[in-house]
Each structure stands twice: as C-alpha cells, then as structure tokens.
Design a protein around this ligand. Structure first.
Ligand SMILES: [Mg+2]
Length: 348
C-alpha cells in the first residue's frame, strides 16, 4: 500500500486553525502582494477551485485569489505530524518505508490473505489516521509499489483504490505516458515523438528501440509500462538525515559567496553519505537571514547515491527561493530520505 497524505501542509495548518477548512488556504512563499517570489508548496481543495495548485508561482496564486490565507511553512510541526502518522502506519504493517514527509509504503502481505481483506485493512488504517492524527489521506493498494503509487494518484483526494495484479496492465494502459512513474517532461516529449502516447503504447514498444534512445532507463520504463516492479518495501535506515551548517562571519547578499559555501557544505554531507553507503531522495537547504528569520527549502528527487546531486539541488534551491533583499547569516545543507543502496532498486 502507498499511504499518501492529502494536501499535507495545509491539512496540518487546519488542525491548528479549523476555520481554514472552509477558506482557500495556501502554504508556501510570502506573496508580498503579488511581488513575492517562490512557489505554492501546498494548498487545500477550496483554493484549488480558484485554479491554484502546488508548484505554481506564489505571485500567480495571488493574482488568482489575493484574499486567500497565505501561510509560511511550519516545518517542525509538519515533521511532528509526519512522525505521528508513521507510528500509526507501523502498527498495521509488517514493513514500513517513509518515502517523503507525507508518503509511506507499507507491506501488509503477512497481515492480510487477499485483496478484499487488504481493502478492509486500508479502510481501518485510513480511519485510524483520521481519528488519531486528525489528517486525511489516500491509499493505493496493489502487488507492486509502482502500481500502488499510481493507484493512489487515482484515489486522491480522500479515497482508496485497489488495483489487483490481474488488472494492473489494463489500469495502466490508457494513461498518458507522462503519468507513468519516473517519466518526466523531457522523456514524455521524446516518447511522444516516437509515437508512444499512452502507457499501453509504451508497453508494446520494442525494448531495443527504447534502449537505443534511453539506455538502461529504456528497460526501466518498458518494465514500468508493463507493471513490472520488483522493488520491495524497505524499512527505513535508522539515520534520518545528515546535515552540515555554516555561519558567515559577515552576513552577505553576494550569490557567489553563498553558493561557494553551499558547495562546501554539500561536499561534506556527500562524503558522509558515501561512507555510509546511503542513497537519498530529499535535499534541504536552510537559510537564516540577518533578521534571524529562518527558512527551509526542500526538494524530492529520484533516489540516488551520487553525492554531487546534493550540491546541484541545494544550489538550485538557493537560486529558486532565496530572498535577495536580505543578507544571509547562516546556511544548512541536509540530505534525507535514506535507504541502503545495496538493496535499492532504481525505481524507488
Ligand atoms: Mg501528499
């Protein structure tokens, strides 16, 4: 099962202020009356009615609904709620793997004997999360992580979707290739030019042709398209995150100074990661400004053990999110979402 929390950050805010439930509410960058930079991290379904969704520029959201509630990230509260949810799902699972702050794979194959029972079990889990953590979620159920993940997308919001093994190919076939896990914009475009519009087209494609175009990734996407994914639910590695911090002697606004230090920190984190043979899937940049406001910016990526990805993503987070009007006082670079890469499959 994949358990994915619905509009997680805003759902957390709604616990603190229940009146937000009926108001369009957005967590993300400060809109600064339309001049703000940065993006919408999460919004509730009331906000979605106005065309707002996650990852759009905050300035665009402001244009669509200036009188919505705009809230900054309260990351430590979200982490606390996330830990609560994890401890609830662990009770139900043989194995549990946290994928991100609001997504959890659990393996229940030793808890239920068939799909019907799995569906009942998922309903129980959903109720329990709702009652104890006061949060909504959606659940996808299947025999592979890949299909469970895709099923969960269809279950959203606040639903449960079961895709039996024998239904998996028919479930995937009509979807546009861009919706297949692991396929980004560029790959989608290339596949479109090659004449593969749906996952079903891709499933029937020649493996050789895909390998010519994409190398070994061609084998992966051919497998995904055929609902083949042998990766297992991996218990999370005990180390939760590795980070390094640095405080400037003199607060600075200069990009080249900041980027140089981000690269240094990322190198130290990367060295630790290599020594521990971990792969990671979340990179976080912490920025504290001279006025002592502090912001955490995170990015989820495909799991990787390539240390250089930490620097690349941390610098990108800086360029995308830094408040250029303020001087930076302190920096932090963190990698998290670990699994042991020796047993890690490419997909998850
Ligand atoms: Mg979610």
């Amino acid at each position: 099962m994949l358990i994915d929390m619905d509009y997680f950050f805003v759902a957390c805010e709604e616990i603190k202020r229940p009146e937000l439930k009926t108001r369009p509410t957005i967590v993300g960058a400060d809109p600064k009356e339309g001049r703000g930079r940065g993006v919408v991290m999460t919004c509730n379904y009331v906000a979605r009615k106005f065309g707002i969704h996650s990852a759009i520029p905050i300035s665009q959201a402001y244009k669509l609904k200036p009188d919505a509630e705009y809230l900054p990230m309260d990351y430590s509260y979200y982490e606390k709620k996330s830990a609560e949810v994890l401890s609830i799902v662990r009770e139900f699972a043989g194995k549990a793997e946290q994928v991100s702050i609001d997504e959890f794979f659990i393996d229940v194959s030793d808890k239920v004997e068939n799909y019907e029972k799995a569906l009942e079990y998922a309903k129980k889990i959903k109720e329990e999360i709702n009652e104890k953590a006061n949060l909504p979620c959606s659940i996808g159920i299947s025999s592979t992580k890949l299909v469970a993940k895709m099923a969960c997308e269809k279950a959203k919001p606040n639903g449960i979707k079961l895709v039996k093994d024998e239904e998996a190919n028919a479930f995937l076939a009509p979807l546009p290739v861009g919706q297949l896990y692991g396929i980004g914009k560029k790959t989608e475009e290339k596949l479109g030019k090659m004449g593969y519009k749906t996952v079903g087209d891709l499933a029937k494609a020649s493996m050789m042709k895909l390998m010519d175009e994409f190398g070994s990734f061609g084998i992966d996407i051919h497998n995904y398209a055929n609902a083949i994914d042998e990766s297992e639910v991996l218990e999370n590695y005990e180390v939760k995150s590795i980070s390094r911090e640095f405080t400037f002697e003199h607060d600075t606004k200069k990009d080249e100074h900041v980027i140089k230090e981000i690269n240094k920190l990322a190198k130290q984190v990367g060295k630790d990661i290599e020594e521990r043979k971990l792969s990671f899937k979340v990179v976080t940049l912490k920025l504290r400004y001279s006025d002592f406001t502090e912001h955490l910016h995170s990015k989820s990526i495909r799991p990787t053990n390539v240390a250089e990805e930490i620097a690349r993503n941390a610098v990108e987070l800086y360029k995308e999110n830094a408040d250029k009007e303020k001087k930076v006082r302190k920096l932090g670079v963190r990698a998290s979402g670990f699994t042991d890469y020796k047993s890690q499959k490419r997909l998850f």
